[in-house]
Design a protein around this ligand. Structure first.
Ligand code: FDA
Length: 325
């Protein structure tokens, strides 16, 4: 399925469709995988998950921001969410993307935004996870983490198993709370493993290493083969349950999420919210085209049809131009 993956990754970066999607609200099935457009709606979704014994990491959707005003708006929204987590006393922390806070505009501008967020979260003992994006942003994101760590401890990040350098990164950052994932972006063989077998093998290797040597490990995957392997590995190596957790995305494999929580494993659901859902949603389709079943179940309203038409147009254009973004 590499062509289909390429097409959806290409679509995820399409600025025109992104803008159109914002105007149309949660459509195309995105409402199944995005917890709400407002903080109030999202807090209600978090409360429901908390009641099932599931913790949450909350992501104000948005990335690849190129205007200072937009980055500042995103920061304000994250600060409001931190305040809401505190006042509503819900079990949740924050995930954020450095490009949403201005990494593509200016490093120091982004760092200042991040400092404000991490400081506020620190006051309430709330953890901040810096999501990892594509290769271009990898080293600058680790630099941000280094700078933030000079003052704050309530911050961690993500290790993407498809990168060759992940082994060195995990060793360097072993004393941080780390989320380990396979990796969601399109990367070239210069930097990253390309086959599923290689990525899966490195994923397992990194998870095992961090479980044995690291601080707290978040294993973020919907892959039951990996989950079963981790359960067995933890048992055989007497890794206590409070040393790790499983994470999955909101709306995916809900029964398995609940089952793991009921079995006594720490479980955190990644809860995205906001109107900037398009890129996130297209990446989910790139990972697993079967997720299209979330799309086709939706009613075909007039507004939906316009968006579907635009998406189909870009899809065909992607095929014609062999879009490799
Ligand atoms: P993958 O898609 O490889 O599927 C493997 C197998 O699992 C499938 O063949 C199937 O058997 C089963 N499966 C998967 N999904 C299923 C479903 N919905 N229903 C039934 N079976 C299913 N990436 C990144 O680059 N930076 C980041 O910061 C993050 N952050 C992040 C947080 C969280 C909480 C998650 C879950 C993921 C991320 N990711 C990410 C995305 C990650 O890198 C990866 O692209 C996706 O999780 C997809 O890979 P999986 O390991 O989930 O399974």
């Amino acid at each position: 399925m590499p062509l289909v993956k390429d097409i959806f990754i290409g679509l995820s970066k399409n600025q025109l469709l992104n803008r159109a999607a914002k105007n149309y609200g949660l459509k195309l099935g995105a409402q199944n995988v995005v917890a709400g457009t407002t903080i109030e709606e999202t807090i209600q979704s978090i409360k429901k998950l908390n009641a099932e014994g599931i913790s949450c990491t909350v992501d104000n959707l948005g990335e690849f921001v190129f205007e200072r005003e937009e980055a500042t708006k995103a920061k304000e929204q994250i600060l409001l969410m931190i305040e809401a987590i505190h006042t509503e006393n819900v079990d949740a922390h924050i995930s954020l993307k450095p490009t949403q806070l201005g990494l593509d505009i200016d490093y120091n501008f982004c760092l200042d935004n991040l400092k404000e967020v991490v400081k506020k979260a620190n006051e309430y003992d709330i953890f901040i996870n810096m999501d990892m994006e594509d290769h271009m942003h990898l080293q600058p994101s680790f630099d941000l983490l280094d700078d933030l760590s000079e003052t704050y401890e309530n911050v961690g990040t993500v290790i993407q198993a498809y990168f060759y350098r992940a082994v060195e990164d995990i060793e360097k950052y072993k004393n941080y709370r780390l989320r380990i994932v396979k990796g969601a972006y399109k990367e070239t063989e210069q930097y990253a493993y390309q086959t599923k077998e290689e990525i899966d093998a490195n994923f397992i290797k990194l998870i095992e290493w961090h479980l044995l040597n690291g601080k707290f490990t978040s294993i973020a995957t919907h892959d039951h083969h990996v989950i079963n392997h981790v359960k067995q590995f933890a048992k055989e190596n007497q890794i206590p349950n409070d040393q790790f957790e499983f994470q999955m995305l909101y709306g995916f494999r809900k029964e398995l999420q609940l089952k793991l929580a009921q079995e006594g494993y720490n479980f955190t659901t990644y809860v995205p919210f906001g109107d900037d859902w398009y890129g996130y949603f297209m990446r989910r389709l790139a990972e697993r085209p079967q997720n299209l079943n979330l799309v086709v179940k939706q009613t075909f309203t007039k507004k939906n049809n316009i968006l579907i038409g635009l998406t189909a147009g870009a899809f065909l254009l992607g095929r014609l131009t062999k879009n490799k973004n």
